[in-house]
Design a protein around this ligand. Structure first.
Ligand code: AMP
Ligand code: MG
Length: 368
């Protein structure tokens, strides 16, 4: 198990490094102000631990009080979603749903609108990716989590034993009734590849409902942005990681999610096993890949980034093409060198920056 810096960052002045090794930067050291002199738009920033990582909000508002209470409401929404969607918390709605399959396949189980929305998007990406993205992957993910603690990959026999509990076709959704059926015993749903993106979207929505539209929400390596900072065409974000040069892009009203093996992995027998598992085989990825997906929303960007990590390139590029407004950049570090693939519509880099020095070592967070 180890950690490394990577993901994405917002450009400008550096703020303290997060435990994820991301650097969030501001656009100028002086507060940007526009509008009438008495009520300028001012920049506010907030940070909170959630979903096993750091969440950050950067927003523009006219008054500190409104900014503080909007950020508080957005963080509260993220915390509530964590309570529903976490597979670490045995009391979460998700864990209770999975547990219902302990004694065998279930009948229709009513679920919350949030859980249903995430499962519905999951199933869309699962079907489109031929099961490369699959939230029923939980039994495999658990074996690989244990493997990271024990320092040794699970044997093929262990993987075979849990295989009958994995497969997105064993998850049946009924949108009209908002119910879910688990069609195999001992299923374990894991929303680790998609829930963070949904939380980013929901946090932005909370801010927008309070009239704050110029906002950015970051969770781990994923970022969702609303309207740009005043006087700018977009939020400037640097895509970092692996050996590729850092690329600066500009985004507004969109999201960018990054998946890779930068934070959680197992080194064994000369291979680095990722926390991302191929649900079709039960094997953790052992090729070094860093995938950044831009999409209209965080939930789709997050799911697609995980899916493309499994598919690699060029298959992953073809998957992303099927989703309106989605674009991807894939960096693959193979023994014969680095290869970078990108969708034709992936924004051209505003600039290519030299790689920053690695982030300083930080206290490890609990394994997620
Ligand atoms: P991300 O960092 O968004 O790529 O999500 C990785 C997390 O998603 C892992 O830690 C697992 O909890 C879960 N996961 C791993 N492999 C898959 C997969 N193939 N499909 C869906 N979720 C996955
Ligand atoms: Mg993901």
């Amino acid at each position: 198990m180890g950690r490394r810096a990577g993901g994405a960052r917002i450009l400008g002045r550096t703020l303290p490094t997060t435990a994820m090794g991301l650097r969030v930067l501001v656009l100028s050291s002086a507060p940007l102000v526009v509008g009438c002199a008495s009520m300028p738009l001012e920049r506010f920033e907030y940070e909170r631990a959630a979903m096993g990582t750091r969440f950050r909000i950067v927003l523009y508002a006219r008054a500190r009080e409104a900014a503080d209470s909007a950020a508080e409401a957005a963080f509260a929404r993220v915390a509530a979603l964590e309570g529903e969607l976490s597979d670490y918390d045995e009391r979460s709605e998700l864990s209770r749903l999975s547990g219902a399959s302990d004694s065998g396949p279930t009948g229709p189980i009513p679920v919350s609108a949030d859980l249903f929305a995430v499962l519905e998007c999951s199933q869309r990406v699962a079907a489109a990716s031929g099961g490369a993205f699959d939230v029923t992957v939980g039994p495999y993910v658990r074996l690989w989590r244990r493997a990271r603690r024990q320092g040794e990959p699970p044997g093929p026999e262990r993987l075979r034993q849990v295989a009958p509990s994995v497969g997105f076709r064993r998850l049946a959704l009924d949108r009209g009734r908002r119910t879910v059926r688990l069609l195999a015993p001992a299923m374990r749903l894991d929303l680790g590849g998609i829930a963070k993106g949904f939380a980013l979207d929901e946090a932005l929505a909370v801010l927008a409902r309070r009239g704050i539209e110029r906002a950015l929400v970051l969770g781990g390596g994923d970022i969702a942005v609303g309207r740009p900072p005043p006087g700018r065409a977009g939020w400037r974000i640097a895509i970092v990681g692996l050996e590729a040069p850092e690329e600066e892009i500009e985004l507004a009203c969109a999201a960018v999610a990054t998946s890779g093996d930068l934070e959680r992995y197992l080194d064994f027998g000369g291979k680095r096993y990722s926390h991302i598992v191929d649900p079709r085989t039960g094997r953790a990825l052992d090729e070094r890949r860093l995938v950044s997906v831009i999409a209209p929303g965080g939930m789709l960007a997050d799911a697609l980034a995980t899916a493309v990590s499994v598919l690699g390139a060029p298959e992953g590029l073809a998957l992303v093409e099927r989703f309106d407004g989605a674009r991807v950049r894939v960096a693959i570090l193979a023994p014969d060198g680095l290869r970078v693939f990108r969708s034709p519509a992936f924004p051209p880099a505003l600039s290519s920056l030299p790689r920053p020095p690695s982030a300083p070592p930080v206290a490890p967070e609990p394994l997620r």
